[in-house]
Design a protein around this ligand. Structure first.
Ligand code: FE
Length: 212
């Protein structure tokens, strides 16, 4: 007769669960299945959309805006004045950049972006939001203890630099303009674009590195 070991069963159960997709991934898959079955969407288009936002839009569009702002003072003023208009000017307007605000890092201020309510994100210019951006831990902690959270991203902000946390909404999303790294004089806009990372435009990175 087979023996029953409750601990062993619990271990197997845990092991099986650790290989299952997350609840949200399962919900998205279920929704996709229903939409496809009803003829309201097709899987190929959904894959193409995801691919485009993951690789083409984000974070390249944001990086192009940042790099241009480093080289073109007039564009920088326009970007800080009305980022949605500046995105429009570059042909990057979209459903999540209609109400966009650009905030610039300086020697005395660091900016970091969150959506405490859900996961609002300027995906028209930054592409897909990273998973950590949507977690309850990031959303709740970065407003209470931004320096500790940034430290966990490997970003140490000295006490003479103020940290400003911007809370996004569906009506207002943010783009952080990181500081131009030293040693980049004379670099082309295309070379500068490559230095700008997604996290630096969310604010969970401060220093950009120049070349490998
Ligand atoms: Fe949100």
């Amino acid at each position: 007769m087979p023996s029953f070991d409750a601990n062993k069963v619990a271990q197997i159960h845990q092991h099986l669960h650790s290989h299952l997709p997350s609840d949200s991934a399962l919900r998205v898959k279920a929704l996709e299945t229903v939409l496809v079955q009803k003829g309201l969407a097709n899987s190929e288009n959904i894959d193409r959309w995801v691919e485009a936002y993951a690789n083409d839009v984000g974070p390249m569009r944001g990086a192009q805006m940042v790099a241009r702002s480093w080289l073109d003072a007039d564009f920088r003023h326009r970007l800080l004045d009305d980022a949605a208009k500046a995105a429009d000017e570059m042909g990057f307007s979209g459903p999540a950049s209609g109400h966009l605000k650009a905030v610039e890092n300086t020697d005395v201020q660091h900016n970091v972006v969150v959506c405490t309510l859900c996961s609002c994100y300027p995906f028209s210019i930054l592409g897909m939001a990273p998973n950590w951006y949507k977690t309850a831990a990031y959303r709740s902690r970065v407003v209470r203890e931004p320096r500790a959270v940034l430290d966990e991203f490997g970003v140490q902000i000295s006490t003479d630099v103020a940290v400003h946390v911007w809370d996004s909404t569906a009506e207002l999303r943010y783009l952080v303009i990181p500081q131009r790294p030293k040693g980049t004089d004379g670099m082309s806009v295309d070379a500068l674009v490559k230095l700008v990372t997604r996290n630096s435009m969310i604010g969970t990175q401060r220093e950009l590195s120049v070349g490998a």
